[in-house]
Design a protein around this ligand. Structure first.
Ligand code: PMP
Length: 394
């Protein structure tokens, strides 16, 4: 049986990590994998997470199964964190999932059950797992233009022009904040225009929010998702706790479905529970319990928010330092976009050849589409990267 399996293409980012590890140069810089790192290159366990884990260890009396939808304290805490009352709870169905990826997978499966012929539209470019899961599920997929390689901002007129061609009942996948891989985001007014277009077309938005708190702050980063939730009759939201709680390996995410009314929300809930049952039965609980412990305790929550803010500001500081450095070295403002991008990534918009040149000549490791993880930098490595970018004539 197993002899019939085909080789799988190697994952680009994992291959990059491997060659980084094998590179003997001392001043190499890893801007590949999407994990937050502090100035010394560590991905720390957040203080509030440690405290919550201690409390769970002391207080937890059972490891028996939770419900199929996960622990209600987690789902309701996350609904508040992401939506902050933007839609009435009776209209919201929610299930805990293994990470944001699990939420996207369950959301797409829900769409496929409800509307098997719908096309799911993704931004070009987007996080590669989006198209990969859509194709794996045998669903129809379309792409809307998003990034302008020359300005390194959103090509909004191209985006709107492509979205104006979609059909009633299609699904549009949007990044709630901190677009991955580009770092370029819609303005508030542009979100309004997208929402108006989706309403006019009778399309359903699916918002992927994986970096709430990494861009402009917890509330500012939730604003677009809340706008969508408040305006649309129906929408899906896939949220991840991997980044903002730093609990990547605990696999903690949530899928929310906002239905037209409470009756439809109950049916959506039953279908989401069913899908969890088919795919993994009960969702993982440890990460979810960390999150609900933090969100439910004012002291832990304040400490988590403060540390998340430190993380956010450190990335903004690195962005500014890099943009300043490039301004000086290139004697132009061509790279100011780096300071305007938000989140963990920026796509500098150059060719795979130039990315490879920077790797060979300067030990700079970024993904071949020129996405760089800003958190992979520190004050000492920013000048090395700036020099590499200028020398490679990006
Ligand atoms: N969506 C986007 C855009 C992401 O970048 C990620 C993480 N790389 C996720 C979802 C999901 O992350 P996880 O499954 O680790 O929670």
């Amino acid at each position: 049986m197993l002899e019939h399996l085909k080789e799988q293409p190697a994952d680009k980012i994992l291959m990059l990590m491997q060659s980084y590890r094998e590179d003997p140069r001392e001043n190499k810089v890893d801007l590949g994998v999407g994990v937050y790192k502090d100035a010394s290159g560590n991905t720390p366990v957040m203080r509030a997470v440690k405290a919550a884990e201690k409390r769970i260890w002391e207080d937890q009396t059972t490891k028996a199964y939770t419900g199929l939808a996960g622990d209600p304290a987690y789902t309701s805490g996350m609904i508040d964190l992401v939506l902050s009352g933007a839609a009435p709870k009776e209209r919201i169905a929610a299930v805990a999932t293994p990470g944001g990826t699990g939420a996207i997978r369950q959301g797409l499966e829900l769409i496929r059950r409800a509307a098997p012929d719908a096309t799911v539209w993704v931004s070009a470019p987007t996080w590669p797992n989006h198209p990969s899961i859509i194709k794996f599920l045998g669903m129809k997929m379309g792409e809307y233009r998003y990034f302008d390689d020359s300005t390194r901002g959103v090509d909004f007129s191209a985006m709107m022009s492509d979205l104006s061609g979609i059909s009633t009942g299609d699904v549009v996948l949007l990044h709630g904040c901190c677009h991955n891989p580009t770092g370029a985001n819609l303005s508030d007014a542009q979100w309004d225009e997208v929402i108006a277009l989706l309403k006019e077309k009778g399309a359903v938005p699916m918002v992927d929010i994986a970096y709430q708190g990494f861009g402009d702050g917890l509330d500012a980063d939730g604003a677009a998702t809340r706008k969508v939730a408040a305006a649309m009759d129906e929408c899906l939201i896939a949220a991840s706790c991997s980044k903002n709680f730093g609990i990547y390996r605990e696999r903690t995410g949530i899928l929310m479905a906002i239905a037209r009314d409470d009756k439809e929300a109950k049916i959506a809930q039953a279908n989401m529970n069913f899908l969890n049952r088919q795919n993994f039965s009960f969702p993982p609980d440890h990460g979810a319990r960390i999150v609900s412990t933090i969100l439910g305790d004012p002291t832990l929550r304040a400490d988590w928010e403060a540390e998340l803010e430190e993380v956010r500001l450190s990335m903004l500081g690195l962005r500014q330092q890099l943009a300043d450095e490039l301004r000086q070295l290139s004697n132009s403002d061509r790279f100011d976009f780096i300071a305007h991008h938000r989140g963990m990534f920026s796509q500098i918009g150059t060719t795979p050849e130039k990315v490879e040149t920077m790797r060979q000549n300067n030990g700079i490791y970024m993904v071949s589409d020129s996405r760089m993880n800003i958190a992979g930098l520190n004050a000492e490595t920013v000048p090395l990267l700036a020099r590499a970018i200028v020398d490679a004539r990006v």
